[in-house]
Design a protein around this ligand. Structure first.
Ligand SMILES: [Zn+2]
Length: 344
């Protein structure tokens, strides 16, 4: 695995609707070994290996956008107000360091401020503050702020990748840069295979966090025989997480194969059989709802309908700035997808 790439993309901002830097990273990396790359009108990025004619068409999909914010108001003192793009957990927002990305691409550093606890009354102290009541303090005066910052500019949590051990990492936006990383590594491995006919298209999609919007358009471009969608999954090996409701998913126990019905269940069983033979560990989840939650349910219904498999990487603290996952689970997903495509 190319951990340099992982480190790079985890340090790259890709707020939903503003994925341009991440798109460049994905295309610049994959263009070195795939046969072609492309970008559609919505901004989804494609990296394709098409060699020979007698192969199934695979679409490997992962969304590249991350939750974040946009600027909605600048007050007379130069404080910047924001609203969320995607399901940001408001409890985790105050005290964050952020980058405002200006229209010219410059980063303006800031912190998300709030009223000190000492100045809150007892009723206010226990309450989660709405995002609209928080502000970004850039340390600059109003004139300097309005010179550079415009309404609608994206705002991202600053990069904070931390290797907690050799395998366990914490960072903002593991959801779903890990998925894009997996796709890039599968494509790289497939690109070295000569004897087999291949028709595999990796797509890093936009705007998943604001309604699965990129996924709606990518299937029609490729018309695949099978789509494999990769996203993060809720690890339940943390305090106060109901396994009776969310299943038993842990970091370090391998890739998660989903049996929710937005997946092709017979194909899921085939993949599970391969996982048993190939991997030391893998996990199975029925998910906490029959359909939805990832792009898989959109990909399944696009065009005339598609066969879809969705895979998850266990993730603790989803949609907080300190998401956590195990690189060994990432590796197991790469191994499984690669082998499945080679075998079929
Ligand atoms: Zn998400």
């Amino acid at each position: 695995m190319d951990l340099n790439l992982l480190n790079t993309i985890l340090n790259t901002h890709s707020v939903s609707g503003f994925e341009n830097e991440m798109r460049e990273e994905f295309l610049n990396y994959t263009k070195e070994f795939v046969d072609s790359t492309d970008v559609d009108k919505m901004g989804n990025a494609y990296a394709s290996i098409a060699r020979g004619t007698d192969s199934k068409i695979y679409l490997l999909e992962a969304h590249m956008d991350e939750i974040g914010f946009q600027v909605v108001y600048i007050d007379d003192n130069g404080y910047v107000y924001i609203r969320a793009n995607g399901s940001v957990d408001a409890q985790c927002v105050p005290g964050s360091q952020v980058d405002i990305i200006t229209s010219s691409g410059e980063y303006i550093n800031g912190v998300i401020g709030k009223t000190p606890i000492h100045l809150l009354n007892s009723e206010e102290r226990g309450k989660c503050q709405e995002i609209s009541s928080l502000w970004i303090d850039t340390g600059l005066c109003k004139d300097q702020v309005v010179n550079k910052v415009s309404l609608g500019n994206p705002v991202a949590i600053r990069p904070n990748l931390l290797y907690l051990s050799e395998n366990v990492i914490s960072s903002k936006s593991l959801d779903n840069k890990i998925g894009v990383f997996i796709i890039s590594q599968v494509l790289k491995r497939l690109s070295g295979v000569n004897e087999k006919s291949l028709d595999v298209h990796g797509v890093a999609t936009v705007q998943e966090e604001v309604g699965h919007r990129g996924a709606y358009v990518c299937e029609s471009k490729i018309c695949p025989d099978l789509t494999i969608s990769i996203d993060m999954d809720f690890a339940t090996d943390v305090p106060n997480c109901q396994k009776t409701k969310y299943g038993d998913i842990a970091l370090g126990r391998g890739v998660v194969i989903h049996r929710s019905i937005d997946n092709d269940i017979p194909l899921t069983y085939t993949l599970e059989k391969l996982a048993k033979e190939l991997l030391k560990k893998h996990q199975v989840s029925a998910r906490n709802m029959p359909v939805g939650g990832t792009n898989a349910f959109v990909l399944q219904q696009s065009q005339g309908g598609n066969k879809t498999i969705s895979l998850g990487i266990p993730c603790r603290y989803m949609h907080t700035p300190v998401e956590m996952c195990d690189i060994n689970d990432v590796k197991s997903a790469i191994d499984l997808i690669y082998k499945y495509i080679i075998n079929n």
